[in-house]
Design a protein around this ligand. Structure first.
Ligand SMILES: Cc1cc2nc3c(=O)[nH]c(=O)nc-3n(C[C@H](O)[C@H](O)[C@H](O)COP(=O)(O)O)c2cc1C
Ligand code: SF4
Length: 479
């Protein structure tokens, strides 16, 4: 077990641990308020809109919409929390599926005409909470994340109903997919209809008042998988132009048909090979026979446990050229290499014990974003995976924004346990220690076991639910 962040009692101890791990990361001595000139409180420009600060709330779904894709009280509560956080960029809220078979779970929010009122209610919940907490919404930018879950679609039950870009030798094996099954591979014709659905969903988002849509291309979902479809024949595979054709077809059509709507992309900047699910320390699936590795995007083909950002940078330049206002960078996938995607000291139930100090995972993402920023300086970038920094999150966040590593700091899990974090930092220069996410991963373990997501350990709202006991039983069984 690695030293927990809460055991590193002060900034020098935290810096010493980073040095011990050989990690380069700037860390400020104290949390700066807006009044004292925190770099996180500086406004910035996104697509001609002045965004009030550098905090961003990442999209986080809750597996808690109603069965028809409309928001439940839990969904609305999460969006209220996003709004009251004080962050001025709400990146997508949560993944909303553009068609029913694209849902990652039967309770995923839908971005379809039947849920138009639901999408409006989510936006309004966020705006109203922001208005109450911050006075007005003049400098708040809110988008909706649009998705098709592809290989990880579970629209009807816990059972996977995959729709894949290509047969991936390791992921097929990990998730029980027959490598000869052609019926689950998208045809080029199917894709034309899918493009229509993304464009229609973007139109809905625009009609109810979202200022941008995020065309989701991360975490192993469909548009991310296409980026590594080198073995796919035809127009939507092969070279980078082919592999990114689906993403760009969607972006171009949205721009043409909804010219006032801004477009962002959440991208897994790099990927590693999938890891085996186990109770042991995480091990990559056997890949020796697959070298040079051609089944990842941003993966080093000769060492697929390292990144190679050559194509990532190329794609970012193309995205910028196509008028995308910003890219929110993440990496990997929570389904097959969660330790790189959302570093945690306690793994989710379908994960494995961390194979590296989670700080290594945090800094890997930050360094990758920094390299992208250096390569494409004009493209606004949001960074991910800050939650594991815990008590030292603001000290690092303000230092990296000041140093120009990234333009905006995205918050994921910590917002589930502690939604007021951005305001507490900018107004008081303090954090409430008891609310800091300690990466217990219950918000991932719960949905992996057919329960709604939420911060069961720290949020009294979830502690009071019957699922709390159910989750405890699941975790006991895993011990
Ligand atoms: C419960 C949960 C739900 C998530 N849902 C989404 C989602 O809908 N869309 C998305 O792009 N990322 C999603 N993520 C990933 C987060 O946005 C974020 O990238 C990840 O948690 C790492 O950031 P963090 O270290 O601040 O938590 C989810 C993460 C969690 C824990
Ligand atoms: S359940 Fe709560 S403490 Fe655990 S990882 Fe999720 S947000 Fe953090």
């Amino acid at each position: 077990m690695y030293p927990k962040i809460a055991q590193l009692k002060n900034i020098p101890a935290f810096r010493a641990r980073l040095a011990e791990l050989g990690l380069e990361l700037p860390v400020d001595d104290e949390i700066l308020t807006a009044e004292r000139g925190s770099p996180l409180s500086a406004p910035w420009d996104l697509g001609g809109f002045r965004v009030g600060n550098r905090w961003c709330i990442h999209p986080m779904e809750g597996w808690d919409a109603e069965r028809d894709g409309s928001p439940s009280p839990h969904t609305l509560r999460r969006w209220r929390h996003f709004g009251l956080s004080g962050a001025k960029l709400i990146w997508g809220g949560e993944a909303a599926a553009v068609q029913e078979d694209g849902r990652a779970n039967p309770n995923q929010t839908l971005a379809t005409p039947a849920n138009k009122a639901g999408l409006a209610a989510l936006l309004e919940a966020c705006l109203a909470a922001h208005r109450d907490a911050c006075g007005n919404t003049d400098d708040l930018l809110v988008g909706l994340q649009l998705t098709h879950s592809g290989r990880f679609a579970r629209p009807n039950s816990k059972k996977l109903e995959p729709r894949i870009a290509y047969h991936h030798p390791l992921l097929d094996a990990k998730f029980g997919i027959d490598p000869a099954d052609r019926s689950i591979v998208w045809t080029d014709d199917d894709l034309q209809r899918l493009i229509d659905r993304f464009v229609a969903a973007a139109g809905l988002a625009a009609a109810v008042g979202y200022q941008f849509v995020d065309v989701k291309a991360c975490h192993g979902y469909l548009l991310h998988e296409f980026l590594s479809a080198r073995t796919r024949p035809g127009r939507f595979g092969g070279d980078l132009a082919g592999r990114s054709r689906l993403l760009f077809s969607i972006i171009d059509r949205i721009r043409a048909e909804h010219p006032k709507l801004m477009i962002g992309v959440r991208l897994s900047a790099f990927d590693f090979v999938p890891y085996e699910t186990s109770r042991e320390i995480g091990k990559p699936m056997e890949f020796a026979g697959l070298l040079p590795y051609e089944h990842g995007f941003g993966t080093n083909p000769t060492d697929p446990l390292a990144y190679d950002l050559t194509e990532t940078v190329e794609l970012l330049k193309l995205l910028q050229g196509r008028g995308v206002i910003a890219v929110n960078l993440s990496c990997g996938s929570p389904y097959y290499n969660p330790h790189i995607q959302r570093p945690a000291i306690f793994p989710p139930s379908d994960g494995y014990q961390p194979p590296e100090d989670p700080l290594v995972g945090v800094v890997r993402q930050m360094q990758a974003v920094r390299a992208c920023k250096q390569a494409v300086p004009e493209l606004p970038l949001v960074g991910s995976a800050y939650s594991y920094l815990q008590d030292y999150l603001p000290h690092v966040a303000q230092a990296v924004v000041r140093a120009g590593w990234v333009d905006s700091v995205g918050l994921g899990r910590v917002v589930l346990s502690y939604p007021e974090l951005p305001r507490d930092c900018s107004e008081r220069g303090e954090m409430a220690r008891k609310k800091i996410c300690r990466t217990f991963s219950d918000c991932t373990t719960a949905p992996r076991n057919a329960m709604i997501s939420g911060c069961y350990p720290l949020d009294p709202y979830y502690k009071a639910m019957p699922e709390f006991e159910q989750l405890r039983t699941v975790k006991e069984r895993l011990k």
